[in-house]
Design a protein around this ligand. Structure first.
Ligand code: ZN
Length: 66
């Protein structure tokens, strides 16, 4: 299971937990989300804007730049 992060607001979609509030059950893969998925938190970032990977505690990641 992977995590995907919104580059705009920091929202995290975790495939292992899904997002029940948005109607995505635990285990639902990010790739299986609807193509018109937008970030539930900021509503301005689309699926293709999300970046994959876990954030480490130092906050640094090659895939996350701010
Ligand atoms: Zn967002």
């Amino acid at each position: 299971m992977a995590e995907y992060h919104c580059p705009g607001c920091g929202y995290t979609y975790d495939e292992s937990t899904g997002d029940d509030h948005e109607g995505y059950p635990p285990g639902m893969l990010f790739n299986d989300l609807p193509d018109d998925f937008v970030c539930p938190a900021c509503s301005v970032r689309y699926k293709e804007d999300f970046v994959s990977g876990k954030l480490d505690e130092s906050g640094s990641s090659d895939e996350i730049t701010s």
